[in-house]
Design a protein around this ligand. Structure first.
Ligand SMILES: Nc1nc2c(ncn2[C@@H]2O[C@H](COP(=O)(O)OP(=O)(O)OP(=O)(O)O)[C@@H](O)[C@H]2O)c(=O)[nH]1
Ligand SMILES: [Mg+2]
Length: 194
């Protein structure tokens, strides 16, 4: 599929305002894993989605309208712990509300960092998605930071930790756009299966 247009639609901070009509492709994953960068890479835009080297940048649900027909949904990252227990944002309620309440989700891309073993929260997230039978693809980001010869062994480690086959993980780089055609194909399938 070709993404011809992508524009910012709206942001939602209150679960009651989650959009319930239409078609959503959502992006979840640990804070700082590269969700916003992936959306920019898929849409060929540099600044559609704000990215930051500081974790916890995206605190709300951001909706983007793609090809005037379906939406990309940038969800708040989980697992971000600022100094001090009170400030710990382990699991954003609005993200869970979205995944449980939205009638629009057609597919979820769950991002992990290809260089880092998936955390307990990643495992919890994946089990949550499987439990609610939400169609999900795991994407391993930032592969450009690994030597080419090591990428597949890192992906295998991530797969073992998540108890899935390594073919269930798509390696990606938002710098080089490696993996983009594969993800666009998955999106095309997800939105045509309606
Ligand atoms: N080299 C490289 N850097 C990446 C890649 N993807 C993301 N980054 C960098 O990682 C940092 C975090 O990326 P974001 O896209 O803001 O991550 P996020 O998941 O949206 O983060 P939150 O909104 O905080 O949950 C930024 O400095 C990005 O430039 C990638 O594929 N390769
Ligand atoms: Mg973000």
């Amino acid at each position: 599929m070709i993404i011809k247009s992508a524009k910012y639609l709206t942001s939602v901070v209150d679960s009651n305002n989650i959009l319930n009509d239409g078609i959503d492709i959502a992006f979840v994953g640990r804070s700082n894993v590269g969700k916003s960068s992936l959306i920019n890479s898929l849409t060929n835009q540099k600044k559609l989605c704000k990215t930051s080297s500081l974790p916890g940048r995206t605190r709300m649900i951001n909706y983007f309208l793609i090809n005037n027909s379906f939406r990309f949904v940038d969800l708040p990252g989980y697992g971000y712990a600022k100094a001090g227990k009170q400030n710990k944002v382990i699991w954003a309620n609005i993200m869970e509300d979205y995944l449980l309440k939205s009638n629009s989700i057609k597919h979820v891309f769950m991002l992990i960092d290809s260089r880092i073993e998936p955390t307990e929260l990643d495992i919890k997230m994946l089990n949550f998605l499987f439990y609610y039978q939400i169609p999900t693809t795991i994407v391993a980001t930032k592969t450009d930071k690994l030597p080419k010869s090591k990428i597949m062994s890192y992906i295998q480690k991530c797969a073992s930790r998540l108890s899935v086959g390594k073919d269930n993980i798509v390696p990606y780089s938002s710098e080089t756009h490696w993996g983009k055609d594969k993800l666009l194909g998955i999106i095309e399938n997800a939105i045509s299966n309606i």
